[in-house]
Design a protein around this ligand. Structure first.
Ligand code: PLP
Length: 447
């Protein structure tokens, strides 16, 4: 049987539920990314490092909700604190000292963050960072990297991951709207550069002098697997932003508090002007944040003067809700300690070494990358350094690998080759070794 067929044999309950739910919500899911062929694993519960599905199967979870839960599921310290918070109220829409509880650790971790505001998602954090960059510069264009994901809002969906045969030349990519309903005018203010190619950014800045509000980039590109910045790339972006008066925005939704306490800025030693955060900072509660230099963030405080906007608007009923703030403070202060980062980094390296050994033994082409708690296996010997290198990735083999791992009780990472594994503070050496053993068992079928 193929891995797909075996998966279907093991998951009849998921199949039935998928069909029922498909009647109620499009594709049976609440975020379109979650739908995949033939149907997703339908969860009953998630505890510790395990997903329990509706068929009674258990999976060691290294996807951890698109890398959100560096704390793992149901972390006792976090669960206890948030249960207590539920009894004290989940929504105040008025300030409390929980703001200090959640904000201070972010200021402590990021040199660039002198002030911060809370949002409810990564999408909102990036959206507000872009608005703020535009408000501060009085310019409209944002440079972003082709093939990167920055959330579900309109401008973030320009050339997120366009079909390579429609994307035009690498040095002059065709902007592609990745959804119906995105106005034709949206790409006018989005300029596409290539990750790891500072010259492509410089060309755009020179061609659009005095028009570029911001440069938006993930410090390590985590929607092409794990693509690290080459030496000097981020430093050069810092210099270019300064030279051309553009705001350097790091989208640290996936890297923040994950690859180091202070994210990619700390790990790679480059401080942006603004940082967009979400995911790991909240330990699985819906929360995001954007922060940066005081002179920029103060623009958020300014608002309307006689009907004229003098600042950058930031509103939201659920912004900074006490439940999420409690989760952020507990996660960053009590769970993600220096020891915790050592633990996840060590285990991620152990896993990467295990993959390398198995691939060498089974003669499988590919390479493995790990950064902090994150890592990924690529089934190609051609190193991915920009979006255009994606053509080398064997997505079909990756699909067989992914389902093969599922069938052996491991969710190795979120579904598809553009993602990465996350090691949580709750994973153990034995669980890493079980992951490697499952891959060793599968590898003989893949090669
Ligand atoms: N930015 C990056 C780099 C992301 O990976 C994501 C989500 O995966 C987002 C932004 C959007 O975050 P959210 O899904 O919380 O809106």
């Amino acid at each position: 049987a193929t891995e797909h067929e075996q998966y279907q044999e093991q998951t009849p309950g998921s199949a039935a539920l998928a069909e029922d739910l498909g009647e109620l919500v499009p594709a049976g899911v609440c975020s379109t990314y979650r739908a995949y062929d033939p149907y997703p694993v339908h969860a009953e519960r998630a505890t510790g490092t395990t997903i329990h599905d509706v068929d009674g199967n258990e999976y060691l979870d290294f996807a951890l909700n698109n890398g959100t839960q560096l704390v793992g599921h149901t972390h006792p310290t976090l669960s206890e604190a948030t249960k207590e918070q539920i009894d004290d109220g989940t929504l105040y829409t008025r300030p409390s000292d929980l703001i200090e509880f959640a904000a201070q650790p972010l200021l402590d971790r990021w040199e660039a963050i002198e002030q911060v505001r809370f949002t409810n998602s990564g999408t909102e954090s990036v959206m507000h960072s872009m608005r703020l960059a535009r408000a501060a510069t009085g310019r409209e264009k944002i440079i972003r990297m082709e093939g990167a994901y920055h959330g579900a809002h309109d401008p973030a969906l320009v050339s997120k991951m366009p079909p390579l045969d429609e994307a035009g030349p690498a040095d002059d990519p065709t902007p592609i709207r990745e959804s119906r309903g995105i106005p034709e005018s949206v790409p006018e203010n989005i300029l596409l550069a290539q990750y790891n190619d500072a010259a492509s950014v410089e060309r755009l800045l020179r061609a659009h002098e005095d028009e570029v509000a911001g440069i938006l980039v993930e410090p390590a590109c985590f929607n092409l697997g794990v693509v690290e910045p080459e030496d000097g790339f981020l430093h050069r972006l810092r210099e270019l932003a300064d030279e051309f008066g553009a705001v350097l925005i790091f989208d640290e939704v996936k890297t923040g508090a994950k690859i180091a306490p202070g994210g990619g800025a700390e790990y790679y030693g480059v401080q942006p002007d603004l940082v967009a955060l979400a995911k790991a900072i909240g330990g699985g509660y819906p929360v995001g944040a954007f922060g940066g230099k005081r002179e920029l963030m103060e623009l958020v405080a300014a608002d309307l003067e006689k009907g004229v906007a003098t600042g950058a608007a930031h509103y939201g009923t659920y912004n900074g809700n006490p439940l999420s703030l409690r989760a952020v403070g507990v996660t960053l202060r009590e769970i993600l300690t220096d020891d915790a980062y050592d633990h996840v980094t060590e285990l991620s390296e152990r896993l990467a070494d295990g993959y390398r050994d198995v691939m060498a033994d089974a003669d499988i082409d590919g390479y493995v990358v790990t950064v902090g708690s994150q890592g990924m296996v690529y089934f190609t010997d051609e190193r991915v350094r920009t979006f255009r290198d994606w053509e080398h990735v064997d997505e079909e083999l990756h699909e067989a690998y992914w389902f093969g791992m599922l069938n052996r009780g491991v969710i190795p990472h979120p579904h598809d080759a553009s993602q990465q594994w996350t090691i949580s503070v709750q994973h153990t050496t034995d669980e890493i070794d079980a992951h490697i053993d499952s891959f060793a068992d599968l590898a003989t079928h893949l090669s």
